[in-house]
Ligand binder design. Structure first.
Ligand code: ZN
Length: 100
């Protein structure tokens, strides 16, 4: 995948910012509950990945560990964070702070 890498770096150097290989909606990612990570197939044969925590933090770059491609994750940051908070609160009711 040297060809892809070279092309990527040339474009990146030209624009001086992250150039996304593609933009992918979060619904199209595969979610691995054990790793709390979203995966999407990369053209190099490996997978783009971004953790649930990264998404909650507002991160939108899913990177591939085997090449330098990056895809932008399309998702509603506010809704995603709120939904995760809701799930965590449901799983750990003791963590909900009681109002004094
Ligand atoms: Zn790759």
């Amino acid at each position: 995948m040297i060809e892809i890498d070279r092309e990527y770096f040339l474009v990146k150097a030209h624009k001086g910012m992250t150039v996304y290989h593609d933009e992918v909606e979060i619904e199209d990612f595969e979610y691995d509950e054990d790793e709390d990570t979203y995966f999407f197939p990369c053209p190099c044969g490996d997978q783009f990945q971004i953790s649930k925590q990264d998404l909650i933090d507002g991160e939108e770059d899913a990177t591939c560990p085997s090449c330098s491609l990056v895809v932008r994750v399309i998702y509603d940051k506010t809704a995603f964070a709120a939904k995760q908070e809701e799930i965590e609160n449901t799983k750990n009711p003791k963590l909900i702070k009681e109002k004094a």
